[in-house]
Design a protein around this ligand. Structure first.
Ligand code: ADP
Ligand code: MG
Length: 583
């Protein structure tokens, strides 16, 4: 092909592609414009995950009638004039390409009025073509409606995910800005339903309650902002979770630099570093941090989406974040008690503990640990040839329980430790899926339907999963706002805390990728069983332990929990002999 200049239309669509990746990118640009315009109220309306409509209304300064067309021109901005201005930019926008980009790939309607004007202005722009400019009545502020996103870019349209997924991205975005700007009132309406609003009273912790629910918000600690020489021009504020509150991924580490949400792996890592050794493996904290750095020390012009920044002194920012988070953790978390186990169980110590346990009504099983195994010579605990017929676990005899977490058992090759939670998870998981497969899930109907308050994200997720949840025995229905009504639970989970199970399951589902239809049941069952299984820290009787092991033996895949963790480990006799120097 010979070299040719692209037509304006093609060039505009290509350029738009850098700024507008999906519906949430549009909402982001429009919200940023509203914030830059000094709005105190920002209302976002979304239909069909943004595919059909995204509308952002604000009560900001408005655009003068004479400038509305210009606002849609590429590189047209009121926020910057010279290149030097870039070094001290304090607005979220500055590239002057958002409105142009949005208009290149959708149908836009703008309504606006400034303080000084008598009437408002209405302008339509469709695929970059500016339509008629009309006068209309309108209060001070601006509303931008974006319809039929990507209607003229089939390649992009094809890449859009399900409506619920796109909605989820928009939800996250709106809640993120609400957290960054607690003094602004945000509201979000999804398909005619108000799904989120922030009070706009300036309190970040009030916004956290709306975003994460009361329980999680209460488990967050405020950062104290202790400063240190050399980095005292960097200020870090916000909230981080206590070590016992965590999530399956890093999505809940939210960082703002000078009020701008940034995606920064280095700083995310700094937050995680502060939790070093405090969280279980592969779990991540929640954090909402505002990092204030003098404007001239950050370059915000790194990428068209403006969600990456460059710091003049990266190390200092990294250290400030890590130190502040760590300081909050040390100052405010309950410190876990570390005791030397052997001392506890030996001699006089043990006697004392035994008395205490008996006094507290502990079961025999809790004390079985140090009781010598009385093996009768006539009796063989396992057949000569271990039977692998049923689910390939060796036959096991329970000896006792360790740390209210592990079952100690004897088997053909030595001592086996069974993680009681993982084992129970596996057992109920297989049972639930088997019932599901034969469409015969036994359910436990609650005496009284239970109302469960959900966060907006959880409510979103509930909608996607309503069908599979119901088929699995969770009879749940939306009950107005973000409340759900639970009528029944699967019988295998009859003893669980229904509220925590449901919200936990929805959180976990929202963290993962979208599964294929056939994987939905399995993922849902795994998430539910994880919460429904007997927790570590629960004393089990000998009978309960033996029953659990018998059921585990019958499982199809007894050696791992539904999430792939081992249920059982072997301390082989050969290994013991080596360790004791017998061989
Ligand atoms: P940028 O934000 O980078 O300046 P945009 O394309 O997003 O570029 O917007 C272009 C211009 O339109 C802005 O500089 C601003 O003057 C005006 N504008 C856009 N949205 C609003 C709004 N909601 N309220 C007031 N002015 C707006
Ligand atoms: Mg902008």
């Amino acid at each position: 092909m010979p070299i040719r200049l692209l037509t304006d239309e093609v060039a505009a669509k290509i350029a738009a592609g850098e700024v507008i990746e999906r519906p949430a990118s549009v909402v982001k640009e429009l919200i940023e414009n509203a914030i830059d315009a000094g709005a105190t109220l920002i209302h976002v309306e979304v239909r069909k995950g943004g595919r059909r409509l995204m509308r952002v209304a604000d009560d900001g300064c408005g655009i003068p009638a004479a400038e509305v067309e210009l606002a849609f021109a590429r590189h047209a901005t009121s926020k910057l004039q010279t290149i030097d201005d870039l070094t001290h930019i304090t607005t979220l926008g500055f590239r002057g390409e958002a409105l142009a980009s949005v208009a290149a790939v959708s149908r836009v309607t703008l309504l606006t009025r400034t303080d000084g004007e008598e009437v408002g202005t209405r302008l339509r722009v469709e695929g970059s073509r500016v339509g008629r400019h009309e006068q209309c009545g309108y209060p001070r502020g601006t509303t931008v409606s974006v319809e039929n996103l990507f209607y003229n870019v089939p390649a992009r349209l094809k890449f859009l995910r399900r409506d619920t997924t796109e909605r989820k991205h928009i939800d996250r975005l709106v809640t993120r800005y609400a957290m960054a700007y607690p003094h602004l009132r945000f509201s979000l309406e999804n398909d005619d339903r108000l799904t989120f609003h922030s009070p706009g009273n300036g309190s970040l912790s009030d916004v956290l309650i709306e975003v994460y629910g009361l329980a999680t918000a209460q488990a967050m600690m405020e950062i104290g902002d202790p400063r240190e020489e050399g980095t005292d021009h960097i200020r870090v504020s916000g909230y981080v979770s206590q070590p016992d509150t965590h999530r399956a991924n890093r999505e809940h580490i939210t960082l703002f630099v000078n009020g701008r949400w940034v995606h920064d792996r280095g700083l995310t890592f700094a937050v995680e570093q502060a939790y070093r050794a405090l969280l279980p493996v592969r779990r991540h904290p929640l954090a909402v941090l505002q990092i204030a750095v003098p404007a001239e020390e950050v370059d915000v012009n790194v990428h068209p989406t403006k969600s990456e920044v460059k710091f003049q002194n990266r190390d200092a920012v990294f250290r400030a974040v890590q130190r502040n988070v760590r300081a909050a953790l040390i100052a405010q978390s309950p410190i876990p008690e570390v005791r030397y186990l052997a001392a506890q169980w030996s001699g006089a110590g043990w006697q004392e503990r035994r008395h205490a346990l008996v006094g507290a009504g502990a079961t025999q099983a809790a004390m079985n640990l140090v009781r010598p195994v009385e093996r009768e010579p006539s009796q063989s605990w396992f057949p000569e040839v271990p039977s692998k017929a049923q689910g390939n676990l060796p036959p096991l005899r329970v000896l006792g329980q360790l740390a209210q977490t592990y079952i100690i058992a004897e088997g053909p090759e030595g001592m086996y430790l069974i993680d009681q939670h993982a084992a129970h998870e596996r057992v109920i998981y297989e049972k639930l899926l088997a019932q599901r497969a034969s469409a015969s899930v036994s359910v436990q109907t609650l005496l009284e339907p239970l109302t469960v308050e959900l966060t907006p994200a959880q409510a979103e997720e509930l909608e996607t999963w309503l069908g599979p949840l119901c088929k699995l025995g969770f009879e749940v229905e939306p009950f107005g706002g973000n409340t759900a009504l639970v009528r029944s639970v699967p019988a295998v989970l009859a003893r669980v805390d229904v509220r925590r199970t449901l919200t936990g399951v929805l959180d976990e589902l929202s963290a993962g990728e979208e599964p294929l239809a056939e994987e939905m049941d399995a993922r849902l069952a795994a998430a539910a069983c994880k919460r429904g299984a007997a927790k570590a820290g629960q004393t089990l009787s000998m009978e309960e332990m033996q029953a659990l092991i018998t059921r585990l033996e019958r499982a199809t895949s007894p050696r791992t929990c539904p999430h792939g963790r081992p249920t059982i480990i072997l301390l082989s006799q050969a290994w013991m002999e080596r360790e004791f120097g017998r061989r």
